[in-house]
Design a protein around this ligand. Structure first.
Ligand code: SF4
Length: 269
């Protein structure tokens, strides 16, 4: 007998009908929706509300310049922002440039980041990417995705975060929260982070692209959470088309304090 999917992994966009009622008919795969379920006016309104709620959203990874941002994002893979910040506060006091990082050396970098998962490999990458920045970019972080993803430990998501936060480029770094929102709401459905990225880039109005990445992450972290979306606290509940939503009455649209307290669920990477 097929085991039912857990609530957490249930994905209404990709769920296959059949079998649940005990019927033995072969389930027919439902075609995966690729386009947004929202009109341009609805998308505009969603992001207008996010912009009222959080006029100046900030990333939660602490950094002092583009280089330390790049290092922090590399360290944040499979780790929480809070855990990374705890380690990097001391690390960035000791080294905030590629040259200083290389002088610190892999062993000492490792000592600073020992509390972060995969720290050995990450310490190696931090030194290797610092060396590459000195060798190929005069010690500067390049504002070009193709160059960024050549650096050790840097993938497309990391490059997009750095391009957006350090250089103000209109990129969309799809993390676990944005991937979930793109699919759950049908905002930009996709099987891969890159498909969701392309879908979001297509529909989000230019005027909101600068902060769209942070708005979506924060919405996913604090409201449209993985296990149990907090629909009564959601300012877009009336527009949302997610099958899992529990109310269509939007929460009052008021600016919220920039410093939010991470919930237990937020401790997921
Ligand atoms: S209404 Fe619920 S499911 Fe829809 S975006 Fe808000 S929190 Fe998520």
């Amino acid at each position: 007998m097929a085991r039912p999917k857990s609530k957490e992994s249930f994905d209404p966009e990709n769920e296959t009908p059949g079998r649940r009622d005990g019927c033995n008919a072969k389930p027919r795969p439902r075609p995966v929706r690729r386009s947004s379920r929202y009109s341009p006016a609805e998308v505009h309104e969603i992001f207008r509300r996010f912009s009222v709620q959080r006029p100046e959203p900030k990333g939660e990874l602490e950094h002092v310049n583009a280089f330390t941002l790049l290092v922090a994002v590399v360290l944040s893979a499979q780790a929480t922002d809070a855990g990374v910040n705890k380690a990097t506060r001391a690390l960035f006091k000791a080294a905030e440039t590629p040259r200083a990082m290389v002088e610190l050396g892999e062993t000492r970098v490792g000592d600073y980041i020992r509390t972060i998962g995969l720290w050995r490999n990450k310490a190696k990458n931090v030194i290797a990417l610092s060396q590459a920045l000195i060798r190929d970019h005069g010690g500067q972080v390049p504002d070009d995705r193709d160059e960024l993803i050549k650096l050790p430990g840097v993938g497309r998501k990391t490059a997009n975060v750095v391009l957006n936060m350090a250089f103000g480029q209109h990129t969309m770094a799809v993390d676990t929260h944005i991937f979930r929102i793109g699919n759950r709401l049908g905002l930009a459905p996709g099987k891969t982070p890159e498909q969701v990225e392309q879908g979001l880039l297509k529909i989000i109005p230019d005027e909101y692209m600068r902060h769209a990445h942070h708005w979506l992450i924060l919405h996913g972290r604090y409201v449209c959470k993985a296990r149990k979306p907090d629909c009564p606290a959601c300012v877009i509940a009336d527009i949302c088309k997610a099958d899992v939503k529990t109310t269509s009455i939007p929460a009052p649209l008021v600016p919220i304090a920039p410093l939010e307290t991470a919930t237990t669920e937020d401790q997921q990477p």
